[in-house]
Design a protein. Structure first.
Length: 609
């Protein structure tokens, strides 16, 4: 093949691919433009997950009549003159690429009036070509409508995810910018329904209420500046972080803004994780919204096409400023619990299964037996109490409804090959059940064991497509993060399939009418939140795997925690139910439920052998 220079429109489309990957990228660029134009109110209307229409209206400065076409030319910007200016940049944009890119891969119309001029301008473009231009009366500000994104780049179109996934990306972008700019009033509409809005009050906590809910916002702590030495430091850190008690299963709610720019950065993530070290269980993550402000000449914003990454001149200072301010904030809010390294038995089985539990035990509130849906009397054996087998640890309903009262328990005395029959001796540390088996001593992790029990009960019902669902006495209204709204709406069936009856209740509120009976009295909000975390992952695995994953996660959250005192009856019931599990030796996530100390081992330890 001979070498040829690419045609201009091909160059534009290739370049557009760098900046505009999906509908949410359009929203990001246009929102940034509106913010750069000093808007105090930004409205974003989206149809069909952004495939059909995205319209962004702002009340910013507007574009001058004689500059409108220029704004859509590649590398045309009002924000930068020399490359050196990059190091004193105070705007979000600077490359002059967004409008050119967006217009080259869509049908676009722009109405803008500069605040110093009397008349506005309307232009229409298609695939980068100007179709129409006229003067038009309009309020000061800019309205850009983008229709049929990627209509001329079918390959891109194919890579888009479901409408709900794209909607969720958009909601995420808008809610992030709303956090970074609490003085700006944001409104987001999906298919003519307002899903999110902020007041522009300037108070970040108000925004957090809109993005999450009042309860979550209340549990977030304002970040303290590192310390008195702040004068020496050029890094300023502010924002909100969650107390350790408020946490989640992925790091998607850890958000950083560097000089008002939303960035993703592993090192910043690491600084946060380190600050929470020992305060959170493994694989749990806090909610964090951090504004990091550094002098413009200490950060290079020009290292990534979508400006999602930055490079710091003094990365270590930034890192330690974050680390210290978070640590200060957390320590002041709640003294850091002492962490005790567990001592493994010298059997080679040196598993650290107790480490997460150790912390929880030291900080858990007073044991609350009801919390996990246990219906057993806490006082031993009242004469009228039903036999334990019929109330069960959190899985009473199926047995109750499917077995006639008083029926003999099937195979209660049969030891499974996976686990011998055990005689319960008692509980230690409010975390472990001690039991005797035919060959020595068994220590059972009550949390892991209960997780396994719930999981198998749940999966058994699931396999029979008969998940027992239990109506709530009063439907619970639960507010979810905005970006989860469309995901939940799309997955109502999945939730129904696992026993959740949930219906939309306007805005980001859902009504939970019933929950899987297996979950007993788990708080509906907590249950729903756990389920959502799985929807958030981008790729949707096969339905069945998906449900399995959700079920495992829900069981983990619903199971009895370390630190809960169990009565003798409850301990026995738990062990009995564990014995009946198919895989009693591990929790659904693969951790051991029990440790076996054989008679042989004990004799060695006591140097009898
Ligand atoms: P950049 O933001 O990097 O300068 P863009 O292509 O996004 O590049 O925008 C080009 C120019 O158009 C901007 O520099 C700005 O002058 C003008 N512009 C774009 N959007 C708006 C808006 N909403 N309000 C006012 N001016 C705008
Ligand atoms: Mg821009």
């Amino acid at each position: 093949m001979t070498i040829k220079a690419l045609a201009d429109h091909v160059v534009s489309q290739i370049a557009a691919g760098e900046v505009i990957e999906r509908p949410a990228s359009v929203i990001k660029e246009l929102t940034e433009n509106a913010l750069d134009a000093g808007a105090t109110s930004i409205t974003i209307e989206v149809e069909g997950g952004g495939r059909n229409l995205m319209r962004i209206s702002d009340n910013g400065s507007g574009i001058r009549m004689d500059e409108v076409e220029l704004a859509f030319a590649r590398h045309a910007t009002s924000k930068l003159e020399n490359a050196d200016d990059l190091f004193s940049i105070a705007t979000l944009g600077f490359r002059g690429e967004a409008l050119a890119s967006i217009s080259s891969v869509s049908r676009l119309s722009c109405v803008s009036r500069h605040r110093d001029e009397d008349m506005g301008t309307q232009i229409k473009m298609e695939g980068g070509t100007l179709l129409q231009r006229r003067s038009i009366g309009a309020p000061a500000g800019t309205v850009i409508s983008v229709e049929n994104l990627f209509f001329n780049v079918p390959a891109r179109l194919k890579f888009l995810k479901s409408d709900s996934a794209e909607r969720s990306h958009i909601s995420r972008i808008v809610s992030r910018y709303a956090m970074a700019y609490p003085h700006v009033r944001f409104r987001l509409e999906h298919d003519n329904r307002t899903v999110f809005q902020t007041t522009g009050s300037g108070n970040l906590q108000d925004v957090l209420v809109s993005v999450y809910n009042a309860d979550t916002a209340k549990q977030m702590l304002p970040v303290k500046q590192p310390d008195e030495r702040v004068e020496e430091h050029t890094t300023r850190v502010s924002g909100y972080i969650s107390a350790p008690s408020l946490n989640r299963g992925n790091n998607r709610e850890i958000t950083f803004f560097v000089n008002g720019r939303w960035v993703q950065d592993r090192k910043l993530q690491a600084a946060v994780t380190q600050a929470y070290h020992t305060m959170l269980m493994v694989q749990r993550y806090p909610y964090v919204v951090l504004m990091i402000d550094v002098p413009p000449d200490e950060v290079d914003v020009n290292v990534h096409p979508t400006k999602a990454e930055v490079r710091f001149r003094f990365a270590d200072r930034v890192f330690s400023a974050i680390n210290r301010s978070l640590r200060n904030t957390l320590v002041e809010a709640a003294p850091v619990p002492e962490f005790i390294e567990p001592r493994g038995w010298s059997t080679g089985e040196n598993r650290q299964i107790s480490s997460p539990a150790t912390w929880e035990r030291k900080t858990a509130p007073a044991p609350d037996v009801l919390d996990w849906g246990l219906n057993l009397p806490t006082q031993p054996a009242q004469p009228v109490a039903p036999p334990p087998s019929q109330t069960g640890i959190g899985l009473g309903t199926p047995t109750q409804t499917e077995m006639p009262v008083g029926a003999p328990e099937p195979q209660q005395e049969m030891a499974t090959p996976e686990m011998p029959l055990l005689r319960v001796i008692g509980q230690i540390g409010a975390s472990y059940i001690v039991a005797e088996g035919p060959d020595g001593l068994y220590l059972i992790d009550q949390h892991a064991a209960h997780e396994r029990i719930l999981y198998e009960a749940f999966m058994a019902e699931h396999a029979r497509s008969k998940i027992a669902s239990q109506g709530l006495l009063q439907p619970a209204a639960v507010d979810v993060p905005v970006e989860a709204v469309s995901l939940i709406n799309d997955n109502l069936d999945v939730m129904n399939g696992i026993g959740f009856e949930v219906e939309p209740f306007g805005g980001n509120t859902f009504l939970v009418r019933s929950m899987p009976a297996v979950l007993g009295q788990m708080n509906p909000e907590k249950a729903l939140r756990v389920v959502i975390e799985d929807f958030e992952c981008d790729e949707t695995p096969f339905q069945n795997e998906f449900e399995k994953k959700i079920i495992a996660r829900v069981c983990k959250r619903a199971s009895v925690k370390a630190g809960q005192v169990l009565s003798g009856v409850e301990q026995k019931e738990m062990v009995r139910q564990l014995e009946q599990c198919d895989s009693p030796r591990t929790c659904p996530h693969g951790r051991p439920t029990m440790i076996h100390l054989s008679v042989d081992l004990l004799e060695k330890q006591f140097q009898r052998k």
